[in-house]
Ligand binder design. Structure first.
Ligand code: ITT
Length: 196
């Protein structure tokens, strides 16, 4: 029988990327949208890893299933790592547009060279309260004022990857999935899953 894993995220951008990278595994994947709605957990841990584990445990308990959860975000060096674990709710509205407006306003007057940042993604695979695997991936870049590109989600239009000469929103999905924080964390957890 195929192993069944529930991917516990309500973020459509994440779902798309996780589906693209993981669907070739011999696993019956489901997503929160495939199950009856439940309230979301309060993500109040201090690190991406602890939040990923918290989310995975919460949904594993709710649905009695093996769960993969993703906690991720943007760390901007000159902002002391903000928005960090608060990336999804950085602005009061908590929409991508409002979060990006707040980010660009916070960087007013900061020269390009000092706008270094990274995306971080932590994944946790949990079953029966046990953390089976965790993984982490990062991608380095810098924040640009002008929004560029329409792919991806969140802060992608303002996250410029110097080596690639484009923002993550300008990358075709295959390119982002290969290089990104999430792509790297997924590749690592995928290899760990082969040994379970
Ligand atoms: P779930 O908790 O339901 O998975 P969420 O969006 O609330 O969804 P997080 O708490 O992990 O998830 O917050 C992640 C935020 O970080 C996300 O809303 C974006 O603002 C940002 N982010 C994460 N990965 C990103 C990516 O690949 N591109 C752009 N922004 C990203």
């Amino acid at each position: 029988m195929k192993r069944e894993i529930l991917v516990a995220t309500t973020n459509e951008g994440k779902i798309c990327e996780i589906r693209a990278v993981m669907s070739d595994l011999p696993i019956a994947w489901s997503y929160l949208a495939d199950h009856p709605p439940v309230s979301a957990p309060i993500e109040d841990a201090a690190t991406f890893e602890a939040n990923a584990i918290l989310k995975a445990r919460y949904y594993a308990n709710k649905f009695d299933k093996c769960v993969l959860a993703d906690d991720s975000g943007l760390e901007v060096d000159v902002l002391d790592g903000a928005p960090g674990v608060h990336s999804a709710r950085y602005s009061d509205e908590g929409t991508d547009a409002a979060n990006n407006r707040k980010l660009i306003a916070a960087l007013t007057g900061i020269p390009q060279a000092s706008r270094t940042a990274r995306f971080v993604c932590c994944l946790a695979l949990v079953q029966d309260h046990d953390v089976l695997l965790t993984s982490m991936g990062t991608i380095e870049g810098r924040i640009v004022d002008e929004a560029r590109g329409t792919n991806g989600f969140g802060y992608d239009p303002h996250f410029y990857v110097t080596n690639e000469g484009m923002t993550t929103a300008e990358m075709p999905p295959e390119q982002k999935n290969k290089l990104s924080h999430r792509g790297r964390a997924l590749a690592s957890i995928k290899s760990g899953m082969a040994n379970l």
